[in-house]
Ligand binder design. Structure first.
Ligand SMILES: [Zn+2]
Length: 440
């Protein structure tokens, strides 16, 4: 374009150049202002799901006697593989995964304290080819978390042009931390280990229409707990699962708000519980979560690739439960949802041309969610290649006819907004399902 302009007379040329320049500046501003839309993941690769070895971290306290600084990974969910002291006030941590190949979700959590109050620099580094993903959060009790002040966060080797994925990430980061005799917790996302998840489960069972059961055990012997809500004699059912992937805490938080809405005292929720039984497995991968794994279970496998072969106890437990219930009491699962986290909010749905037990439920539901949140445009990615079933959504749809989707929440989605989306989502889903069942 520019070359062509040179041929035209000089003044006109200058004017054009100015216009072009302004247009260029304008486009750059617009492209920066408008967030690039997340396109979602590519096709899912089918992989073997027979158990593989995993490398557990050494557990204990890393003590530096010069300054009386101690780091610890001695708690459920921790991940800290090694730490060295660079100088008086700077330390470098190494975070590695349970095995490879692995998704880029480098989870870290540890505690740090010192006898004297002091300020330290802490550099987070990862194994080869892996970069820093989760923005650091701090806690004084392991329960309440706040994001690290951005003035105390330095990212190295950024210079990336992409918004999502590995090439959008810094190679390593430096955190500036005030430490002292009181324990400071540092984590990639809010810690939600099996003890915390189970105490949430127990708190819900205070309601007389919520019960807890165990549908199986993980490889390391942890209970796979399930919540049942509402009329369990009903032949109309929905299935909710979460946390196949340990660091995906934002998906877990959305699932919590979603389930609490179905368990609430509202008229709608009561009506829904009367007509439908809701089954929830909030923590699909307790071994992975408590070991601080990045992705896999204790069998070294991505559970969300095992819904065709069922080689792992966690996926098998859900399959046996769902198929056992249908064999015994007949009836149907009308809806299945699996909560995850990724780079940005996205819904992986089943192509609407494929009809399950309640055709068009999911597209209608997502348009209701859109209507009810001002300015919100859900990012929806439908899929029609569901065999082999491989992932939970495909299994729910193909084996049970359940209208199914993966509900993905961004790593950095504001916690208030993910909760709002989940509450509105649960209410709109209950309304639609009640209407649909009336017409059956
Ligand atoms: Zn996931």
């Amino acid at each position: 374009m520019y070359l062509k302009l040179i041929k035209i007379d000089f003044i006109f040329n200058l004017m054009k150049k100015k216009t072009l320049l302004l247009f260029f500046i304008f486009s750059v501003c617009v492209s920066y202002a408008q967030k690039e839309k997340f396109k979602g993941q590519g096709p899912i690769n089918i992989v073997a799901t027979d158990s593989k070895p995993v490398q557990k971290q050494w557990k204990g306290e890393f003590k530096f006697s010069d300054n009386d600084v101690t780091f610890s990974n001695e708690f459920e969910g921790a991940r800290l593989n090694g730490i060295t002291q660079n100088n008086d006030s700077t330390y470098t941590a190494l975070i590695t995964s349970e095995n490879t190949p692995i998704n880029i979700s480098p989870w870290y959590t540890f505690k740090v304290w010192s006898k004297k109050k002091q300020t330290i620099n802490l550099i987070l580094t990862y194994q080869e080819l892996i970069k820093h993903r989760y923005y650091p959060k701090l806690s004084t009790d392991g329960i309440g978390w706040v994001a690290l002040d951005s003035m105390r966060y330095t990212a190295y080797n950024t210079g990336n042009t992409k918004t999502f994925g590995n090439s959008a990430l810094p190679l390593k980061v430096k955190l500036r931390l005030d430490i002292g005799p009181d324990t400071l917790w540092v984590a990639g996302q809010e810690l939600q280990n099996s003890t915390l998840v189970n105490s949430w489960i127990d708190s819900l069972t205070q309601k007389k229409y919520v019960t807890k059961s165990t549908i199986g055990k993980s490889t390391e012997g942890r209970d796979l707990n399930m919540l049942s809500l509402g009329n369990t004699d009903s032949k109309n059912r929905i299935m909710i699962i979460s946390r196949q992937h340990p660091p995906e805490v934002t998906g877990y938080l959305a699932m919590k708000a979603f389930v609490e809405t179905i368990a609430s005292d509202s008229k709608l929720a009561k009506k829904f519980r009367n007509k439908f039984a809701t089954y929830v497995v909030p923590l699909m991968n307790p071994d992975g979560v408590d070991n601080g794994f990045w992705r896999h279970n204790a069998g070294g496998i991505d559970l969300n690739r095992d819904w065709a072969n069922f080689n792992q106890p966690e996926t098998r437990a859900v399959k046996d439960f769902m198929e056992g219930l249908v064999a015994k009491n007949k009836g149907k699962f009308y809806f299945g949802i699996d909560f995850h986290s990724t780079w940005d909010d996205i819904y992986y749905t089943v192509d609407p041309k494929l009809k399950g037990n309640m055709p068009n439920l999911v597209p209608n539901w997502l348009s209701k969610v859109k209507e009810n949140i001002e300015g919100y445009d859900p990012n929806i990615s439908p899929n029609d290649k569901l065999v082999p079933t491989t992932v939970s959504r495909n299994y729910f749809f193909i084996e049970h006819g359940a209208e199914a989707l993966v509900f993905e929440v961004g790593d950095n989605t504001p916690r208030d907004f993910l909760k709002e989306k989940a509450v509105i989502g649960a209410n709109e889903l209950m309304k639609l399902m009640l209407e649909n069942i009336k017409n059956k």
